[in-house]
Every structure is written in structure tokens, then in C-alpha cells.
Design a protein around this ligand. Structure first.
Ligand code: C2E
Ligand code: MG
Ligand code: MG
Length: 588
């Protein structure tokens, strides 16, 4: 050990300069270089301990205005961990014991200073150990209580907090189980809608940025008294004290929704993220913390089902819906392997020649217990779980293989249209995957059409255009599905390399209902044509609608009037028999 390493900062509480000189000499002989300050009164002691970090406090027992125990209390009141050694003349045993009780580390008689150096060296070592231990404890507390990404309390800390709130309530009730207003609280479960799409399409880094900023926005929007935690993934929890019923909760839910209104700036592009919120109340919705979270989750599922920025308070009848969803989710994982998924095909006709020109592949799930399940019920689940990627690939392969089979059977060639989820659209290697499928099945690319929704425009325009270019380069067709319901602006449309617009069925249906959306349909047709795009109307159910569409120059039609989604062999039958598009089709 060299001299610099043995530098010792000593605060001496000593009224005799001579006595301190003895102490200093002893330490110097022990190899220490001393930096010191000598104080005699409570005031000077306080200021010395506040202004500097000391390695050791060496204190005389009896000073004219201060005794060692009072000095010890002052020192440890400000710097709890600094070793405190009493160096003094005779001390009565009871005083020594009392000083020990207050945290003094050792006593050394002034007339026997020989053990001073050994005591100081021991204290320095222990001090390092104590500091390490303290840091380890702090680290452990941070890691075990806080989420490393957002800095918010984590799930364990949340559970602890909920248990503590319930214990407080039980304690304060003195055995009385009636919670007063101030002991009631609400648990808000907050979930980011379609967050998986954000990470899938923009990457992990973007997802993390959204989570961190969401945490900041929630903390800024809610009150200081509210406890905000990250439960995991894209789920957050706000525990709001003093709320027992729905009154007041909807206001807080609105605050949560509002704080997500502004776009997130990710890599210079704007991203809008909405939240769904479910809430349960203590004590009404559960006496145990896990019941409260479970019930808030049921309410959350119900809010998610409502779509958009929704909020729902828990109701007992929601239990089944939540369970149902969980059952569906786990069943979906096996659906593909167990061959429970199938495709139906809905014919598409040229409105003027009357010929069948295509068929849209629509997925069906035949669950062994629940029977037929339509895509509206499970496509969102497939998207949330990421299963849409393998399932979507299966749909593409099956539809292409089927179309090739029709052609090989000598039927007139038609185009098969396949719906593509936004998640699939942003999967790296999409074009390669499609090319591979076309090769494997032997289908020529002009007989495949992809139906994508306007939501692809939600992401960077350049990226979307790049992907569309790649797809078009394969030689396949691209249609914009459900056109008119999404986010497309005319400027997007002009720049998107696409082939067809598919007018959403709500506009077509409204013609029948007499609600005047005719203007929209006419505008879409003429806009499509001026952009040199084909226009197809979906959801065509009546002769009246057919006449209107024909008068306005719509190119193609699809709907129950011509044929419902059907099995592949029924399409084959139609291809050989259906001729006139102005006649309702046989209901196969
Ligand atoms: P979509 O692509 O707009 O498909 C048209 C939907 O309208 C189909 O519902 C079809 O059965 C229904 N439809 C067709 N003609 C009529 C009509 O005249 N009247 C009425 N009321 N409805 C009509 P479906 O099969 O339940 O599919 C619903 C949605 O699920 C599809 O809407 C599509 O967005 C999605 N979907 C279906 N299959 C797939 C798939 O394989 N992958 C993906 N990503 N989405 C799919
Ligand atoms: Mg479609
Ligand atoms: Mg559609």
C-alpha cells in the first residue's frame, strides 16, 4: 500500500490540540497521511459533517459543550455510515454500552493509543464492504422493483403495492370491512392497440421508443398520487386512489386516451397509437389483488372488442367473453397444424361481358367444438399473436395451388384474390415468399391478385411504395380492399403502384337502403378510372345495385347477388356454367 492510498480524512471532535497531535502522530506512524478538521461544538460539528465526506470521526468523550453520545447522534443523523471511534480518558462502562447502542464502532484509551492504527484499518475495510453491500441492495431493489426499459414500477412492485393498499384498508378498518371512499381505489389496465404491428413493421427499437414515451405521457397526464406500473409487453396499469365507482373513472380513461392523441415521432415519421382501457374497482370488483387485475383484464378485452380508443368498466358478464378469447387464442395455435382452416372462394364477375374473371379466397375456421368461425372473429387474434404470418402464407399457397388445379382441369383461367394483412405486408421477404409460392405451385403471376387495405398508408409512404413496386415486379395484381373506409388520400393513390380499387360494401349497401351514398360510389369509380385503375364493387346484393353500378361504369362486381363464398368445386361448376353477370347466380 503506498502513501497516497493511505490518505485519511479525519474529523476530530476534540477540544485539546495537544491530544489530537498525539492521535495524528500515531496515525502518521501507521503510514497514514492525514487531512483533518478539529471541531469542539455542536454547530461546528454539524457544518463540518455537512460540507465534506469523512473517512473517520474520532471523538473525545467529554468536551466542555458536547458529550460523545450527542456528537454521535449529530454525525449519524447526517452521515449514517461514517465510522465513529471514541478516543478518550476513562469512560464509565454504562456510557460505553450506550455509545455502542447508538453505533459507536470502538473505544480507545488515550493512554493506550497503540491499537488505534489497527482499529482505523479495520474500519476502513468494513466501510468499503458496507458501501458495496448498500449498493448491491440498492441495485437489487431497482432490478426487482422497476422495469429496466421505462423506469416504471414493474409487475412485482405493482402486486406488492396492491397488497399493501388492501392491507392498509383492512388495518384502518379495525376489523370493519366497509371501505370508505378514501380506501377505495380503481385499477386501470391500459393496452396499446396493435402494438405488435408497430414492432413487426418498424422494429424493436421503434416499439421500445413508443413504450418509453407512453410511460412518460401517462406519468405526465395522471396525478402524482396515482401509481403507474408496466405490467409487461405493451400493458400498463394505473392504480388511482379514492375511486370506487364508474363516476370519475371515465374522466380518467379519457385523460389516458387523450395523452396518446399526439403522434409519436419515430425516425422522422408520424405514428398514431391508440389505447384500450379496462377498469375494475376495489372493493366492489374483488377482495384480492389478482381478482382485481383479472377483472380489469376482462373489461379490457371488452374494450378491445369495441375497437378504437375504448374504455370499459368491469361487469361480471364479461368473464365469459374473456375466457372465450383465451380459449380461442390457444385453439388458434393448433388450428393450422390440425387442418381446421379452410378456404372458400367468392366469384367476381366482369359487369359487361358477364364472365367470371376471378375468385376471392376467404378463410374459414372449422373448430371441432364451436363449429364454423368467420374471419372477423379470429383475424384480429391472428394479427395480435403474430400467427397471421404462417397462416397468411398457408392461405397464399393454398389459393395459388387451387387456381393452378382449376387451370390444369381445363377450366377458363381466372385470377385468385388473396387478402393480405398489414402485418404480412411489412414482413421482410414478402416478395420472395410470393415468388417461391408461385414457383412451387406453378401458377403464373398474372393469375394472382393481392387485396391490401388502405392502412398500409399509415406507415411511411416511401416504404409502402417500395414494397408495392417489388410485388408488382413479380407480375401480380394489387387491389386496394374496402376502399373509402381507410386513410388514403388522393396523393397516396396517385403514387401507389396499384391496379384496382375495391369499393367498400358499406357504400354499395347504402344505395339499397336509400341512404344517399351514391355520390361516393360515383366519385370512387370516376377517380379510379382517371387514375387508370379498374374498379370492383363488393357486397352487391340486389338488381337495383347492379343497374346503378353498370350505369356508372363500374368494371367488376362481387357479392351475394352473384354468389356467396363457396367451396372450390362449386367455383369450378360456376366457371363452366355462369355466363351472364346481370342474372342472379344459382345458390350453390
Ligand atoms: P373482405 O376482404 O372485404 O371480404 C369480403 C367480405 O364480405 C367477406 O366476409 C364476404 O363473405 C363478405 N361479402 C361478400 N359479398 C357480400 C354481400 O353481398 N353481402 C354481405 N353482407 N357480405 C358480403 P368474410 O369472408 O367474413 O371476411 C371478412 C373479412 O375477413 C374480409 O373482408 C377480409 O378482410 C378478412 N379475411 C378473410 N379471409 C382472409 C385471409 O385469408 N387473410 C386476411 N388477412 N384476411 C382475411
Ligand atoms: Mg378482400
Ligand atoms: Mg372488402
Amino acid at each position: 500500500m503506498n502513501a497516497t492510498e493511505k490518505m485519511l480524512r479525519v474529523l476530530a471532535i476534540e477540544d485539546s490540540e495537544d491530544d489530537f497531535e498525539l492521535i495524528r502522530n500515531e496515525l502518521a506512524e501507521g503510514g497514514f497521511t492525514i487531512q483533518h478538521e478539529r471541531v469542539e461544538t455542536a454547530e461546528t460539528l454539524k457544518s463540518a459533517i455537512q460540507q465534506q465526506i469523512w473517512d473517520m470521526v474520532i471523538c473525545d468523550h467529554n468536551l466542555p459543550s458536547l458529550d460523545s453520545i450527542s456528537a454521535l447522534k449529530i454525525v449519524h443523523g447526517i452521515a449514517k455510515d461514517v465510522p465513529f471511534i471514541i478516543v478518550s480518558g476513562l469512560i464509565p462502562d454504562e456510557v460505553a454500552i450506550e455509545a455502542m447502542r447508538h453505533g459507536a464502532r470502538d473505544f480507545i484509551r488515550k493512554d493506550n493509543l497503540t491499537k488505534l492504527v489497527a482499529v482505523v484499518e479495520r474500519e476502513l475495510k468494513e466501510s468499503v464492504l458496507r458501501t458495496d453491500l448498500k449498493m448491491m441492495r440498492e441495485d437489487f431493489h431497482r432490478v426487482s422493483h422497476f422495469d429496466s426499459l421505462t423506469g416504471l414500477p414493474n409487475r412485482e412492485y405493482l402486486f406488492k403495492h396492491l397488497r399493501a393498499l388492501m392491507r392498509d384498508k383492512d388495518d384502518s378498518g379495525g376489523g370493519d370491512n366497509q371501505a370508505g371512499d378514501n380506501q377505495a381505489f380503481a385499477v386501470f389496465l391500459i393496452d396499446l392497440n396493435r402494438f405488435r404491428q408497430v414492432t413487426k413493421s418498424l422494429g424493436m427499437w421503434a416499439g421500445n421508443k413508443v413504450l418509453v414515451e407512453t410511460a412518460e405521457r401517462l406519468c405526465a397526464a395522471l396525478c402524482k398520487e396515482d401509481f403507474i406500473a408496466r405490467l409487461g409487453a405493451d400493458r400498463f396499469v394505473a392504480v388511482v386512489p379514492g375511486l370506487e365507482h364508474e363516476a370519475g373513472a371515465s374522466e380518467i380513461a379519457a385523460t389516458i386516451h387523450q395523452c396518446m392523441d399526439d403522434a409519436f415521432q419515430i425516425n422522422g415519421q408520424e405514428l398514431f397509437v391508440k389505447t384500450s382501457v379496462g377498469v375494475s374497482f376495489y372493493p366492489g370488483d374483488g377482495q384480492e389483488w389478482d381478482d382485481l387485475l383479472k377483472n380489469a383484464e376482462s373489461a379490457l378485452y371488452s374494450a378491445k372488442a369495441a375497437g378504437g380508443s375504448s374504455y370499459k368498466a368491469y361487469k361480471p358478464e364479461m368473464d365469459n367473453q374473456g375466457k372465450q378469447r383465451l380459449i380461442m387464442e390457444s385453439a388458434l395455435y393448433h388450428a393450422l397444424a390440425q387442418k381446421e382452416l379452410a378456404l372458400q372462394y367468392q366469384p367476381q364477375f366482369d359487369l359487361f361481358s358477364g364472365r367470371i374473371i376471378g375468385a376471392e379466397a376467404l378463410i374459414r375456421w372449422h373448430h371441432p367444438e364451436f363449429g364454423l368461425i368467420l374471419p372477423a372473429e379470429f383475424i384480429p387474434l391472428l394479427e395480435e399473436t403474430g400467427l397471421i404470418v404462417p397462416v397468411g402464407e398457408w392461405v397464399l399457397r393454398t389459393a395459388c395451388a387451387q387456381n393452378k388445379q382449376w387451370q390444369d382441369a381445363g377450366l377458363p383461367p381466372i385470377r385468385v384474390a388473396v387478402n393480405l394483412s398489414v402485418i404480412q405486408f411489412r414482413q421482410p421477404g414478402l416478395a420472395d415468399m410470393i415468388r417461391r409460392i408461385l414457383e412451387e405451385t406453378g401458377l403464373s403471376p398474372e393469375y394472382l391478385e393481392l387485396e391490401i387495405t388502405e392502412n398500409i398508408a399509415l406507415h411511411t409512404e416511401e416504404i409502402a411504395i417500395g414494397i408495392l413496386d417489388e410485388l408488382r415486379a413479380i407480375g401480380i395484381q394489387i387491389a386496394i380492399d374496402d376502399f373509402g373506409t381507410g386513410y388514403s388520400s388522393l396523393s397516396y393513390l396517385k403514387r401507389f403502384p396499384i391496379d384496382k380499387l375495391k369499393i367498400d360494401q358499406s357504400f354499395v349497401r347504402d344505395h339499397k337502403a336509400g341512404v344517399n351514398d351514391d355520390g361516393i360510389v360515383m366519385a370512387i369509380i370516376s377517380m379510379g378510372h382517371s387514375l387508370k385503375l379498374k374498379v370492383i364493387a363488393e357486397g352487391v346484393e340486389t338488381q337495383d345495385q347492379v343497374d346503378f353500378l353498370r350505369q356508372n361504369g363500374c368494371d367488376e362486381v362481387q357479392g351475394f347477388f352473384y354468389g356467396k363464398p363457396m367451396k372450390d368445386r362449386d367455383i369450378a361448376f360456376l366457371m363452366t356454367h355462369a355466363t351472364a353477370a346481370n342474372e342472379p347466380c344459382c345458390d350453390v
